[in-house]
Design a protein around this ligand. Sequence first.
Ligand SMILES: Cc1cc2nc3c(=O)[nH]c(=O)nc-3n(C[C@H](O)[C@H](O)[C@H](O)COP(=O)(O)O)c2cc1C
Length: 388
Amino acid sequence: MLRFLTAGESHGPELVAVIEGAPAGFDIDVARINHDLARRQKGYGRGGRMAIEHDEVRVVSGIRFGRTTGSPVTLIVENRDFKNWEKRMSADPRDRGEAKAVTRPRPGHADLAGVLKYNLDDIRDVLERASARETTARVAVGAFAKQLVAPFGVSLVGYVAGIGATEARVPSDLTIDELARVTEVSPVRVADAEAEQAMIAEIDECKKSGDTLGGIVEVLVAGLPPGLGSHVQWDRKLDGRIAHALMSVQAVKGVEFGMGFGAARVRGSQLHDEIGYDSAARRFTRHSNNSGGTEGGMTTGEPLLARVAFKPLSTLMRPLKSADIRSKAEAAGTIERSDVCAIPAAAVIAEAVVAYEVANAFIEKFGGDSLAEITRNYTGYVEQLRNY
Ligand SMILES: Cc1cc2nc3c(=O)[nH]c(=O)nc-3n(C[C@H](O)[C@H](O)[C@H](O)COP(=O)(O)O)c2cc1C
């Protein structure tokens, strides 16, 4: 099994991820990790912070001459903005300054619950870690994880299916590679030119009025064999594991697979994916994929499709009502530098989060300490399926 932890504050010196359990012998292209970090920084509607940062990963352990060694992999991303925050984010008690405390919690953020829980009197102690800047480390982990499953033909794409009231059409005739190419060049990561214009207009309007926007992203995974995850225990179910990981991303309010909540409104006969058999390919087939690629907590062999709902960002330039944590007096929520809409970036983050879960399930199923061992196990399983 893989596991990882992240550490680091939004305006601290660095973000860190330590990944353990990665087998040896996998080629890791650091440029591909940096490519995903750059994708996360893009998107119409981002604020000033992304103009300051130029995220690049520094590999500190676990990769030698471009290959995993089996040792823990440490990935570090520097926060360039730290140079403007050195005193305010200092670990040295001599740099403490009362005037710098943030005392007006922003509704929708971790601010109030965080200071109450940890008995803190400066909201910055909470917001620095709760910030979605943390997802930089998770995108680095996901980009690494993608390279563990790529040798087995697994590919993923995250894209935008809606921003605010505007839904984007997702053309069903595109391959996953085409969908990735088309959405990559869209400033709002959609494959629908008309929706793109409407989304940009809505973001502009929100910016003017000091408001924020949420949206829906989708993650599509192709090339998965049937049988990743398991039905035998609650915490082995892959849909549950992916949903947990996605729900843990900042601002996520809902996750569904395939037809998702829509499945509750149709009859069983309209929903379940009928089964066939392709004798030439020697594999079972489905006439539809309303399940979104999982049944009983296992992959079915069809593409996996997760939809993720993100709420509008919590920091408003026209702040909502709040109460000061020290004086308890009514006060407007603090204004921190903020995005208007981060949904295009959210799609890249969701893609990374799913990539990690899929890679973890893959390594669990085909377990081994090296690429050679995993390849043997994978090939044997594929053969077993063909002969089933
Ligand atoms: C890519 C991304 C960027 C975000 N940027 C901001 C931001 O600029 N301002 C803000 O108030 N919230 C932002 N958020 C959302 C907050 O981090 C999040 O709402 C907050 O940490 C509370 O967590 P919760 O919404 O999961 O309860 C962002 C979220 C994501 C995924």
